[in-house]
Design a binder for this molecule. Sequence first.
Ligand code: R5P
Length: 293
Amino acid sequence: MIITSCGNSVSIAKSLARKLHAKYCHLDISAFPDGDIYLKFNSSLKGQQVVIVHSFQPHPDMSLFDVIWAAETAKDLGAKKVILIAPYLAYMRQDKRFNPGEAVSSKIMAKLLNKSIDKIITIDPHLHRYKSLKDIFTISSIKLTANNVIADYIQRNIKNPVIIGPDNESYQWAESIAKNIKVQSTVLEKTRFSSHHVSVKIINPIPLKGQNVVIVDDIISTGHTMAEAAKKAHKQGAKSITAVCVHGLFAGDALEHLAKAGVSKVVSTNTIKHKTNGIDVTSLLVSELKKRK
Ligand code: R5P
């Protein structure tokens, strides 16, 4: 097995290679003076299983392009199988045509990957209107979840926590994590008016006064979802508010926004490299690859 990365997840790729006693291959990706992509593998790939580890953030569009280029080149060089590990898979939130004329980006992304790779492994993809990755991927697809590593982090770092999911879909993380560490949880109801305007309502109240509240979601993008949930917890008298996410996109001034809403600490997993990374997902990927090595 040869493990490589197109640039966004080099440290996870190297750590996977070390833990699996596989070879890490550096990939040169740059541009010709006119902007055309230049890509070169630095190992022989003939007959090998090639694993490309690459998160689709930052630069989701270039990431898609780089992964396709790397996969096609690997096959052209004789690789027997190309597996993509996308710790964060972009484009999944545009899973329907919300307004006439819009692109359904998740379908286009999957269609392109279906043609170039043999298998995809990803962590907590945003499955809202799709039931499973199989709704868009025709290749073999594996969905892993960071729930256990997040639960472990909360248990080790936050005393007597209560968990909040900021919207309906977040029950998949909030309820499962709360059950795992045997604490109380509630899921709020969110209405989104635009990218930067959401409101949340407490539907099933739990005592938050004097509690260490942990708000858990799959994605923090603009931070507005978390911020609105944090404001509610703050109003109810929470002692501390920690925002935990699987994928920290932190678009624009998301972190400032969260601080203003009363969030004391923000923690993300390392599916996307960021200064808030406090939870490592490598063990999930090691176990998955070991099953099939
Ligand atoms: C959407 O349904 C996701 O689960 C997140 O709640 C959402 O992507 C967060 O976005 P933002 O931080 O921009 O509110």
